[in-house]
Design a protein around this ligand. Structure first.
Ligand code: NDP
Length: 390
């Protein structure tokens, strides 16, 4: 029986993970499940999975969680320190699906036990990729990608020599605004940008998909995870979202990974690796799909891709600044303080302003430095938004 913990169990990735575990209950011993504000869902899943402990990140919600789990036999804890303590419980497999920088510390801590970290929290690789990989190496832990594109690359690389890889192509749907005239994008509302053509996801990641800040994060993630130079990493718009990524080899072969847009594929692959087991995902009917289209992303429409490339070249602290600035820019857009295309301007200006304060090219020494850079970048990004408003 495998022991597992799910960090961010109440979110979109977390719920897909819970679904897979619940279908095959007898194979797993669930140690910790964690969530944030959604106490009812956390309690319900802790009981459903017979977890040893349920943890909410919000210290002030301890009593609510305790009441919800009263008589269930599930232990209860709350607060950031409790999340770290939960990550200290050794297990074979951990899902890292907390959203944002809050996911970094529990993921780092879980690596100490040398098991497998299924990494959905892309912010960990973007902000602290080299540190995270070094921590995994130091403890003999395995990190498996959960982002569908990176899972696809990982699968295409199975049994291959990375030295024979000429290029990695990750696909992008192009988001909800991909067919809008470029000139109209500045007027896009939160509702316009928050509708995804293919994937059912939360509002924030859907808007990040329309701006391609999400794809920018994934380019950086690809660079950090697979150790391939930026010049060998490409993205192409593929409106059907059937091919998730392609790997090109030095003999001209291009290996594509195809699958229905369902995150349970990538989650299930990471859960069952190195085996493959049945997954409850739709099988593709290629004759019905009939056509797969591709087009190059227009740099005027997606400035986030240019910025991400600059960050991939700079490395050091630039990833932490990029991630923090794009989150604040998104907050500014959702709050109606800046327009859709202004998000890229905020990120550009934050990177410039931060480069004049700290050396962005130096490697991050530790997690504390990453979190400090993240904090400074958030303040700087808000300052840029305020300047744009005045
Ligand atoms: P959600 O917003 O749906 O869920 C986030 C989870 O994190 C929830 O369990 C939430 O709890 C918890 N959480 C929120 N804030 C905190 C905090 N401060 N401390 C601890 N826990 C917190 O996100 P997704 O599931 O969509 O994404 C999770 C990660 O996976 C992200 O990094 C995302 O980029 C990545 N990802 C997502 C994909 C997707 O299809 N959704 C695809 C690939 C990667 P609660 O809801 O109870 O407040």
């Amino acid at each position: 029986m495998r022991s597992i913990s799910i960090f961010g169990a109440t979110g979109s990735i977390g719920q897909n993970t819970v679904d897979l575990i619940a279908r095959d209950r007898s194979r797993y011993r669930v140690v910790a499940v964690t969530g944030g504000a959604n106490i009812a869902r956390l309690a319900q899943d802790a009981i459903r999975l017979n977890a040893e402990i349920a943890v909410t990140a919000h210290a002030d919600r301890f009593e609510d969680l305790r009441a919800a789990l009263s008589g269930s036999g599930v232990a209860v804890a709350a607060g950031e320190a409790a999340l770290i303590e939960a990550a200290d419980r050794p297990v074979d497999w951990v899902m890292s699906a907390i959203v944002g920088a809050a996911g970094l510390a529990p993921g780092f801590r879980a690596l100490r036990h040398g098991g497998t970290l299924a990494l959905a929290n892309k912010e960990s690789l973007v902000t602290a990729g080299p540190l995270l990989l070094a921590e995994a190496r130091a403890h003999g832990a395995t990190i498996l990608p959960v982002d569908s594109e990176h899972s696809a690359v990982f699968q295409a690389l199975a049994g291959e020599d990375i030295a024979a890889v000429e290029r990695i192509i990750i696909t992008a749907s192009g988001g909800g605004l991909r067919d809008w005239p470029v000139e109209a994008l500045a007027r896009a509302t939160v509702a316009d940008a928050g509708a995804h053509p293919n994937w059912a996801m939360g509002q924030r990641i859907t808007i990040d998909s329309a701006s391609m800040f999400n794809k920018g994060m994934e380019l950086i993630e690809t660079r950090e995870f697979f150790g391939v130079p930026p010049s060998r990493i490409e993205t192409v718009i593929h409106p059907q979202s059937i091919i998730h990524a392609l790997v090109g080899f030095n003999d001209g072969a291009l290996m594509a990974h195809l699958g229905a847009p369902d995150m349970r594929h990538a989650i299930g692959y990471a859960l069952n690796w190195p085996e493959r087991r049945d997954l409850p995902v739709a099988r593709l009917d290629l004759a019905q799909i009939a056509t797969l289209e591709f087009r190059a992303p227009d740099p005027r429409r997606y400035p986030a891709l240019r910025i991400a490339r600059e960050v991939m070249e700079t490395r050091g602290g630039a990833g932490a600044v990029f991630n923090a600035a794009k989150e604040i820019a998104l907050d500014g857009f959702v709050a109606g303080r800046i327009g859709f295309m202004d998000m890229a301007t905020v990120v550009d200006r934050t990177l410039d302003a931060m480069a004049s304060q700290i050396c962005l090219t130096s490697s991050m020494a530790n997690l504390e430095e990453v979190l400090m850079t993240d904090h400074m970048a958030r303040k700087t990004a808000w300052t840029q938004i305020a300047k744009m408003e005045s």
